[in-house]
Design a protein around this ligand. Structure first.
Ligand code: SF4
Length: 329
């Protein structure tokens, strides 16, 4: 009697992970997905893909396990603060435990050999497998024929002949496969990981290695507004637009933070997370707020400051915003 095999795939919601799931489904494998979220990448695209394809998905917030990776990843960083190889190893390690819990037979992903210069070479895929703790159980259907045979292939759960040998950055074969399967919507490859962005990485380094002591909400705030490092303990986040202001306010804690707003002119919300009530916080926070309104340099404007236990309005002379360039992270 043929036993229906079950496989758990890691998905970002991108085309490659969608195709790898469909290839296995074609072989009669029961597939389901796991997707991971942190302040640096979300599961939004995975949720959309799972809905469109009707594949069960579990979303896992791995922030706590992820932060230690950012201090010194064993395999190093990519171009920015992206520890891709250790990131994948961690994801497979967590997925592997879920596989065991769900009594699935193996893991899979849409990784393609040579698609990314450092993190998707044969050696790095091997590194990921070894460091995940699930050697032999990770199948990459799109490049399987270029890689060593895995347990699911050896045991005949999956027919290796029907797997692929895709390599490199060209998306030609994947586009043809998408056409065949009728897949029309998917997110761009690696799109959305903020750790690959140089500005975001600079801000992250500042929090991890200069500020050192921080709350998780501060990591979510790194993608909003302009950031100014006033001193080791003090940073001001200045909204760039109405949307930015709204996003910054989502993370504002009345009982801990300092919030500064312009009174008479439209302008930025300025947030100082867990800021102590110091002359410097009030002075520089007020100056930043006034200087990013439409007030001309030298013009006086009213600024409102809210502490956890007190609020007041005071007047500030706007400066040219370029004068704060050195504080900008
Ligand atoms: S791009 Fe980001 S999410 Fe993707 S492997 Fe690299 S660090 Fe992880």
């Amino acid at each position: 009697m043929n036993i229906k095999r079950k496989a758990l795939g890691i998905t970002s919601g991108g085309l490659d992970s969608i195709l790898s799931a469909l290839v296995l489904k074609d072989q009669g494998i029961d597939v389901f997905w796991i997707s991971f979220m942190t302040p640096f990448f979300s599961s939004d695209a995975a949720i959309r893909a799972a809905k469109a394809l009707n594949i069960p998905l579990k979303v896992n917030d791995i922030t706590e396990a992820y932060i230690p990776l950012l201090n010194s990843p064993k395999a190093g960083f990519g171009k920015n603060m992206n520890p891709c190889m250790d990131c994948h190893a961690l994801m497979f390690a967590i997925a592997g435990k879920e596989m065991e819990k769900q009594k699935a037979d193996f893991l899979f992903s849409g990784e393609v050999v040579g698609q990314r210069p450092k993190s998707q070479t044969k050696n790095s895929l091997r590194y990921v497998e070894k460091n995940s703790g699930f050697e032999g159980l990770i199948l990459r259907p799109l490049s399987a024929k270029l890689l060593s045979e895995t347990i699911p292939e050896k045991r005949g759960w999956v027919d290796r002949d029907k797997l692929f040998n895709i390599t490199g950055r060209s998306r030609k074969v994947q586009m043809e496969m998408a056409e065949k399967y009728g897949v029309k919507e998917y997110s761009s490859p690696a799109g959305g990981c903020l750790l690959t962005d140089s500005t975001f990485s600079g801000r992250l380094k500042d929090v991890l290695f200069v500020q050192k002591d921080y709350e998780i909400r501060e990591l979510y705030l790194l993608k909003h507004g302009r950031h100014f490092r006033i001193n080791k303990r003090l940073k001001a986040i200045v909204g760039r637009s109405k949307e930015d202001n709204e996003n910054i306010l989502k993370y504002y804690r009345e009982d801990k933070d300092i919030l500064i707003n312009p009174v008479s002119l439209p302008g930025p919300a300025v947030l100082i997370v867990s800021g102590e009530r110091t002359v410097q916080a009030e002075k520089i926070g007020g100056l930043l707020c006034a200087s990013y309104t439409k007030a001309k340099p030298g013009e006086t404007t009213d600024i409102h400051i809210m502490y956890p236990d007190k609020e007041k309005t005071f007047q500030v002379k706007a400066q040219n915003s370029s004068e704060f360039k050195e504080l900008m992270i």
